[in-house]
Ligand binder design. Structure first.
Ligand code: CAA
Length: 258
């Protein structure tokens, strides 16, 4: 398995695990973290043996944001010319479902990274926020756009304009978090959710994620049209026949990802 500088990577069954590993900087997201996460996620995405990815950090921090020390001295032109956060778009576009397992701080780019994932499991210790306004800037990895789609304008504006943090319970009420679990159970629960997804037929999982993504991107009419086409296309898979005959025969399906 490839060695990375800023993350730990391993495979458990059909699940790929990525653990952010810059403990001294609360997993601040510098350019190397972006490169490493994108490379690891892309490698898992290209591997048919992987049906789900878990992205996590440490107990203290999922990620405390983009690396402020790396950015501080940059000019606007530098940020523009090196497309500073542009690489994250590759991570957001992986076809394999990604579960963010968030413990501790998910601030700024950390919150934005969690929002690039499909399911956000939060430990009861998790804290979410977009504190960029305290630094004289605004969110730059999607926070002003994805947060509104997740929690609506008024909660997003409250967070983005004040820079305050919200705890896991508030994040769950607001709809940012899929589920909150006791901190000690976070990784086991993330593993269980990932195993469940990875046990399904991969073509249908890719299709489901693509349809969910379409809902975030397009109009209802276009989204419904897209869903109908993708739904129809799955009837050309062997796994659709297997899934439906297994139901009729009252047995568990044996999916072949074909
Ligand atoms: N960038 C760089 N280093 C960071 C960092 C960040 N975002 N967050 C924490 N660190 C570093 C600290 O500088 C410190 O390093 P040193 O020991 O070398 O000084 C180390 O991590 C531990 O942090 P603290 O001592 O500050 O820990 P704390 O428990 O007192 O506070 C915290 C924790 C409240 C999360 C605080 O670290 C903090 O406010 N961090 C910054 C949060 C932030 O503003 N995030 C947004 C960044 S900008 C962004 O993300 C833009 C975007 O949209 C992509």
């Amino acid at each position: 398995m490839t060695e990375y500088e800023t993350i730990l990577v391993d495979t458990r069954g059909r699940v790929g695990w990525i653990t952010l590993n810059r403990p001294d900087a609360l997993n601040a997201l510098n350019t190397q973290v972006m490169r490493d996460v994108v490379a690891a996620a892309s490698a898992f995405d290209a591997d048919e043996g992987i049906g789900a990815i878990v992205l996590t950090g440490s107990e203290r921090a999922f990620a405390a944001g983009a690396d402020i020390k790396e950015m501080e001295s940059k000019s606007g032109l530098d940020i523009l010319m090196d497309d500073h956060f542009g690489g994250w778009a590759t991570f957001a576009a992986v076809r394999t479902p990604v579960i963010a397992a968030v413990s501790g701080y998910a601030l700024g780019g950390g919150c934005e990274l969690a929002m690039m994932c499909d399911i956000i499991l939060a430990a009861d210790t998790a804290k979410f926020g977009q504190p960029e306004i305290n630094l004289g800037v605004i969110p730059g990895m999607g926070g002003s756009q994805r947060l509104i789609r997740a929690v609506g304008y008024y909660k997003a504006a409250d967070l983005v304009l004040t820079g305050r943090m919200m705890d896991a319970a508030e994040a769950e009420r607001a709809g940012l978090v899929s589920r909150v679990v006791p901190a000690a159970e976070l990784l086991d629960e993330a593993g269980r959710v990932a195993d469940t997804i990875a046990s399904k037929s991969l073509p249908s999982v890719y299709a489901a994620k693509a349809a969910l993504d379409a809902a975030m991107e397009t109009t209802l009419t276009e989204g419904l049209r897209f869903e109908r086409h993708v739904f129809a296309s799955l009837f050309d898979t062997a796994d659709q026949k297997e899934g439906m005959s297994a139901f009729r025969e009252k047995r568990a399906p044996d999916f072949q990802n074909r």
